[in-house]
Design a protein around this ligand. Sequence first.
Ligand code: RNT
Ligand code: ZN
Length: 418
Amino acid sequence: MKHEQIQKSYEIAKERYAQLGVDTEKALAELQKIAISIHCWQSDDVSGFEQLGGMDGSGIQATGNYPGKARNIDELRQDIAKVLTLIAGKHRLNLHAIYGDFGGKPVDRDKIEPTHFESWMQWAKDNDLKLDFNSTSFGHPKSENLTLASPNKDIRDFWIEHTKRCRAISEAMGKFQNDPCIMNLWIHDGMKDLTVNRYKYRQILEQSLDEIFTIPYTNMKDCIEAKLFGIGLESYTVGSYDFYLGYGAKKQKIVTLDTGHFHLSESIADKISSLLLFVPEIMLHVSRPIRWDSDHVTILNDETADLAKEIVRAGALSRVHVGLDYFDASINRIGAYVIGIRSTQKAFLQGLLEPVTHLREYEARGQYFERLALMEEAKTMPWNAVWDYFCLKNNVAAGEDYIAEIQQYEKDVTSKRS
Ligand code: RNT
Ligand code: ZN
């Protein structure tokens, strides 16, 4: 796109928004501050770099076999570095425990240490990224139906040890980067069929979590992620939303909302204002479920837009951590990253450009026709001119220009990976 054209369109949009009491410059400044935690696992379909004989597919599922996935740490880093050239702003990289730098040696999950992540810390620093972290309890010979909720002490202790180590690694990352590392805990624990010991497994999970969280840290923050169901575990999920909401409220832990982890007609946007009253902060896993928790690439749909709007309306940008969580192995993976990140930013921009003062005046006066009408008009306001200007200011491709850049990278780099 031509710079001049972007500049001109922006000036017109700025005036138009001003008529509705919206300051586009302020919106741009806010958007600039929103860091997105980029999930490392879209790059390689959640395989990781353990030398333990490969992930066994339990607990998580990526579908598709588009060529060019990252096969090692260097390729993953190269891909993320490419993604960073196509997005505006300063962001974070969200690592899973299986992505450690294990130096070609088998290191089991109850043996991982901060040293296995030192090269990541340095690389992140060199690339102006902050790190977040996740324990990995899926895809391992000990990933049975139950891990932290297992009545089998050996299994349970193995995963408790793993998760404790993950917290120590997160603490080291947070200290190194001088900014808290957000560590997410998600386990697949559940049962395929009707379960008669629901209470018992949840009680075990509560005890395991209490044990895991005993050491207080200052450079990391814990978050806990619920799920509705998993494939092969359809009837019962130990870590349900009720469970983690209760635990999070009681123990003041960050609750993670993955947009794919609820009934499809449930509004995740509506949960923001309730959660913020009872838990300290929220972590988001922005995804796009299609018929189930399918982890399609995040796009600018009503769900994403509403979620961003609710966060902005609640004045909660400082209490909500925005992370992405999807893994589509059927399309160009760099493209998948860039679409999801840019669409999430667009959703927040729309939220920041909402004429909320007028809307709230209407609401206070009971003028509900007027409220709805202005919301409809806001949808087609020239927000995209503000978006292109945001890209221009940040020196990254505006409009559809990033498509060609990704095609070129595919030609030069990813297509050559076998
Ligand atoms: C799984 C959860 C979890 C994972 C990642 C890889 O349903 O959403 O967050 O996707 O940890
Ligand atoms: Zn998730």
